[in-house]
Design a protein. Structure first.
Length: 175
């Protein structure tokens, strides 16, 4: 095998797996594209390989202008900070319903969201992330790494709220 072929093969393997060697599912590859984090007040791209493969994803639909969202988000931030220190098998992804990118970034910075978010300009083209949102916010939807819904803020069309989903995730992490 030529050295360049060997290097290419190793590089591809490294990029398509996380540190533990677990490859992302097709669903994960789709939902982890076009994500950002806020660092020093500015959006920075998040590479899918940086996230690796997770057992669970909590997709959080929320907005800066929404009073119920602003009441719930600090609870979710505290939950995330506590649980991510103990468990590396989940991630939250924020999908903003803000009116513009500046409002989204202000919300993320102001509430100290430490998780990735869908890039604001990609919301319309990211159907895999937007399809789970119910008819109102705040909405939290827990899915596995294949996209199967495990818990939702809406049950049979009735709003049960994001706290129920957060508690479902806590139970799964503690199993």
């Amino acid at each position: 095998m030529k050295l360049t072929t060997l290097i290419s093969t190793l590089l591809f393997a490294a990029l398509s797996t996380n540190i533990l060697g677990a490859a992302q599912t097709e669903f994960e590859q789709t939902i982890t594209r076009n994500l950002i984090r806020v660092e020093d007040g500015s959006p920075k791209a998040v590479a899918p390989a940086e996230l690796g493969s997770k057992d669970y994803y909590a997709i959080y639909y929320s907005a800066h202008w929404c009073p119920p969202c602003r009441r719930f988000t600090p609870k979710l931030v505290q939950f995330y900070d506590e649980q991510s220190a103990k468990h590396d098998n989940f991630e939250i992804i924020f999908v903003s319903s803000d009116k513009n990118e500046d409002a989204m970034l202000e919300y993320m910075v102001g509430t100290k969201m430490n998780w990735p978010a869908l890039e604001y300009s990609r919301k319309k083209s990211s159907k895999e992330l937007t399809k789970y949102c119910g008819s109102g916010i705040p909405c939290l939807v827990l899915v596995d790494n294949e996209g199967k819904v495990l818990a939702d803020s809406f049950v049979a069309g009735k709003y049960v709220g994001p706290t129920k989903v957060m508690e479902s995730l806590r139970e799964k992490l503690e199993q």
